[in-house]
Ligand binder design. Sequence first.
Ligand SMILES: [Zn+2]
Length: 119
Amino acid sequence: MNAIRKPSCAVPECVKKFIDVQRHFFKFPKKQDRWLQWVRACGRLDLEPRGPEYAHQNCRLCHLHFENKWYKINKVRARLHPDAVPTIFFGPGFQQQDNTAPEQTTQQNEENVVKEKVD
Ligand SMILES: [Zn+2]
C-alpha cells in the first residue's frame, strides 16, 4: 500500500512557480472563522461550500504564504502559529525575493536597489 500522496499547495500558481523549492505544508484550520480567512486569502473560494472539515483534511498551504514570524521550522518539522493568516501571494506584481519578507505594502520599494556610495 503506497497511497502516500505528496502534499501540494492549495495555491495553483505556487505549485507551478516553485517546483524546486523545499516547502513545508500547513493544514487548513478547522475553526470556521480562521478557515474562512485562509480560503479567502488564497482565493480558493471553491473550497468555501465544502466546509472547514474538507479543507482541513484535503488542503494545505505552504510556508511561502506566511510571514516568517508565523512559523518555526526546525530539523524535524514546521510549526505554524495558531493565529497565522496567509498574506503572501503571487499576484501579477509579485517579485521573487530571497528571505526578506515583503512589507505590508510593497509599492515600488526603491530600497531593494542598494547602491554603494561612491565619493
Ligand atoms: Zn504555496
